[in-house]
Design a binder for this molecule. Structure first.
Ligand code: PGA
Length: 250
């Protein structure tokens, strides 16, 4: 079985609604590739205008976060039903910036992952080690723990549909991309971990992205690795270079 590649942009806290429409219009002719699922994860306020602008294209509009309750007194949060109603099919869960600045933990990540599946939204589940952890030699142990907690009570059918983004924190927004060997090693270890938690078929089906300073120049080699099924892209997702990343195989 060969897994379909998935390239997702993570706009972070960039682009007003007006700018979002302009960016979708600018990028839409550049991100056509029948071999790849293309997702733009955008700020909540941009979802509806970006969705309109992307209508009739291959671009999926996703969210950058979601809360794990259905509705109610959670000022400032976005519910899964709101995302569903807007037509959102993908949501980033547990990005390292959310863990660092907004106190997200492996436990809240797990709650959000379960809630996303309940609403048939595909979670893009982020994991990654700090530079200190890498230097201490505990990268694989750390990532395995993040994955095991994120997937608690997730069943195999759900896990098969999940997307995992391996993003070494030291590589995010730094221009310091992990080497192909480093990225492949951890993505392969994640697949092994999923195989242990579930079975070989689930490990084979789940899609694992690499993220951290991916560019048009680095994407072809990264995405050619046996366990790397695409990328989660920050900075370059706001530029025409994103088209090169999506067309890494052309
Ligand atoms: P970057 O961000 O591509 O700018 O390093 C990746 C991410 O944070 O998802």
């Amino acid at each position: 079985m060969s897994r379909r590649k998935i390239v997702a942009g993570n706009w972070k806290m960039n682009m007003t609604p007006t700018e979002a429409v302009a960016l979708v219009n600018e990028l839409k002719p550049l991100v056509v590739n029948d071999d790849v699922d293309v997702v733009f994860c955008v700020p909540a306020i941009d979802i509806i205008p970006a969705m309109e602008a992307a209508k009739g294209t291959n671009i999926n509009i996703g969210a950058e976060n979601m809360y794990f309750e259905e509705k109610g007194a959670y000022t400032g949060e976005i519910s899964p039903a709101m995302l569903n109603d807007a037509g959102v099919k993908y949501v980033i869960i547990g990005h390292s910036e959310r863990r660092e600045y907004f106190a997200e933990t492996d436990e809240t990540v797990n709650k959000k992952v379960l809630k996303a599946f309940e609403h048939e939204i595909t979670p893009i589940i982020c994991c990654g080690e700090s530079l200190t952890q890498r230097e201490q030699g505990i990268t694989i142990d750390w990532i395995r723990q993040q994955i095991k907690i994120a997937f608690l009570n997730v069943n195999a059918d759900q896990a098969k549909k999940a997307v995992i983004a391996y993003e070494p924190i030291w590589a995010i927004g730094t221009g310091k991309v992990a080497t192909t060997e480093q990225a492949q090693e951890v993505c392969a270890a994640i697949r092994v971990c999923i195989g242990e938690l579930y079975d070989a078929a689930t490990a084979e089906a789940i899609r694992i992205q690499y993220g951290g300073s991916v560019s048009g120049a680095s994407a072809p080699e990264l995405f050619a690795q046996p366990d790397i099924d695409g990328g989660l892209v920050g900075g370059a997702s706001l530029k025409p270079d994103f088209g090169k990343i999506v067309n890494y195989n052309k």
